[in-house]
Design a protein around this ligand. Structure first.
Ligand SMILES: Nc1ncnc2c1ncn2[C@@H]1O[C@H](COP(=O)(O)OP(=O)(O)O)[C@@H](O)[C@H]1O
Ligand SMILES: Cc1ncc(COP(=O)(O)OP(=O)(O)O)c(N)n1
Length: 267
């Protein structure tokens, strides 16, 4: 059996910590073959984002149509989309090509505080893309924006918000709790018709967490075709991410918030 083909539909991060660069590293780490559809160029470093140059929506659709007319795809990770036009084009192409194992990381704002999705695009994300996702992986501020509610500050509220996010149409929701404090970093997986499942990991004491969200969602996409169910893929992806965060201080990528450090996963 040849390697699984996993596609990242995302923006470029020249610093290598997030976006398509992080996704490709994660795809390789999990033994899969990575492909990319670029939605935007960013100028960014460990210190923040200094510019965003969106790819025209028609050309994003053209990249997808060209790739999917040729290659068999086993999973897709969607990250930064930038504009409502690109969001709509990606949602339509996912439907047109009936893509499997679609993981949507609803990227809105970088850890540096810079916007990566126009505010006016949140509605297109909510109504056009989320219903086509097999799994969405919002962080707490993204969940609050999607639900138009205050940000969750405890686990009970996270469980309730994960359930409400399911009503927007995705098959599953992984609500990430990295923005809370405490000795453990806890994420909540909600699926229709079953109780939520919690994924816990020791909170690593480092400021070098650039690219955690990208790495988790792309690792899940790479593992979905290789694991018996979604919970197994999420559990292994989180274990991989936690070790990549532990290794983050080994890298000197600049003077700001550094990236997590990828490695060949142990499976
Ligand atoms: N310091 C940390 N130690 C361990 N896990 C972390 C840490 N920070 C974040 N995580 C985990 O990284 C993933 C993404 O984190 P989060 O900050 O919630 O999202 P995002 O990177 O999209 O803002 C989650 O699984 C979260 O639990
Ligand atoms: C091009 C690009 N895409 C996504 C992000 C956000 O990445 P994330 O994994 O959420 O990490 P932080 O930036 O929040 O640390 C990005 N910065 N650039």
């Amino acid at each position: 059996m040849s390697a699984y083909n996993i596609v990242s539909v995302a923006g470029s991060d020249p610093s290598g910590g997030a976006g398509i660069q992080a996704d490709l590293k994660a795809f390789s780490a999990h033994g899969t073959f990575g492909m990319t559809v670029v939605t935007a160029l960013t100028a960014q470093s460990t210190r923040g984002v200094t510019g965003v140059h969106p790819v025209p929506a028609e050309f994003v659709a053209h990249q997808m149509d060209t790739l999917f007319a040729d290659a068999t795809v086993h999973a897709v990770k969607v990250g930064m989309l930038g504009t409502s036009e690109v969001t709509e084009a990606v949602a339509e192409a996912i439907g047109r090509h009936a893509l499997p194992n679609v993981v949507v990381d609803p990227v809105m704002v970088a850890k540096s505080g810079d916007r990566l999705l126009e505010s006016s695009a949140v509605e297109a994300l909510r109504s056009e893309l989320l219903p086509r996702a097999d799994l969405i992986t919002p962080n707490l501020p993204e969940a609050a924006d999607l639900l138009e509610e205050p940000e969750a500050a405890d686990l009970a509220t996270m469980r309730a918000q994960a359930a409400r996010l399911l009503e927007l149409g995705p098959r599953r929701v992984l609500l990430k709790g990295g923005h809370l404090s405490g000795g453990e970093s806890v994420d909540v997986l909600a699926s229709r018709g079953s109780d939520p499942v919690e994924f816990r990991a020791p909170r690593v004491a480092t400021r070098n967490t650039h690219g955690t969200g990208c790495t988790l969602s792309s690792s899940i996409a790479a593992l979905l075709p290789q694991r018996p169910d979604v919970a197994a893929a999420v559990g292994d992806a989180k274990a991989y991410l936690t070790e990549a965060i532990r290794r983050a201080d080994e890298i000197d990528a600049g003077g700001g918030q550094g990236p997590v450090h990828h490695f060949h996963a142990w499976w």
